[in-house]
Design a binder for this molecule. Sequence first.
Ligand code: SF4
Length: 340
Amino acid sequence: MWTIHQTVALFNLPFMDLLYQAQQIHRQHFDPNKMQISMLLSIKTGACPEDCQYCPQSARYQTHLESEKLLAAEQIIAAAKQAKHSGATRFCMGAAWRNPNNRDMPYLQYIVTEVKKLGLETCMTLGMLTAEQATQLAQAGLDYYNHNLDTSPEFYPHIITTRTYQDRLNTLEYVRQAGIKICSGGILGLGESEQDRAGLLVQLANLPKPPESVPINMLVKVLGTPLENNQDIDPFDFIKTIAVARIMMPTSYIRLSAGRSKMNEQTQALCFMAGANSIFYGCKLLTTKNADQDNDKQLLKKLGITPETYKTAQGDNEQSAQLIDQLCHADTDLFYNAAP
Ligand code: SF4
């Protein structure tokens, strides 16, 4: 079990020592030159009743975000086909709900089944789940469920009041019990302290089983949200958090998620060195801007990093270039950048 004390000690290491340790652990469990790439579709956008202060999808804030109703199954399946065609191996679907309504469950199950038939891994983020709903999704074959803890238990009430930390832990427990893999992480730049960052990582690493996927987001300040004027997080603090997460959760995929478009190439490269090995690729991350695709293409090429699971008869660099070209030229209007 990790303690706050041990975790803060990692944060206090000299930067280079921390990075070196994280990179060593990373290399024991992963190929350091491979990147997992997922695509995300927002299947229901905006008008969310929750009050998460960072989120443009909350109905409580004036963010000029256009709400969209739950997409038709055909639209979702068509988008999944396109993602598959573009070389993605995992298709993530997000809905801005407090929780799914029971009457929507058969529909959601149908979507999971159809997307899986295409040979894609499936991931959903739908808000809080009951144990029964988690079981229903598992029965449909859902591979991953995203539900973030966001920050430390202590800082959490400053950011969200409409659901408790315990509510979130309960959902994660139901998901785990149902046999679905967990994707859960947090957001930096909410105004939290380093101790809070340590607190978040302790919560994640000490779950009965750490999440298979840990998204670490950098706050995207959206005009109209209560956090629109927050102070930017120092990129070195962000990189350090990735490194500490890698050390504490050696076998989890650490995902560089929202906020990547604000990072320069060097910061992203140091994040990859610190152990981040998963990114979302697409035009928008749920509703906020993702890193420009051409920039991504250039950066991965410069670093000699290739997508993890895209298999062709061609060499790695060709594979990488081909996947990225396909993604760049896909009609990505339907794809949103992943905020979960
Ligand atoms: S983060 Fe999720 S639950 Fe919170 S307001 Fe946004 S869409 Fe709703």
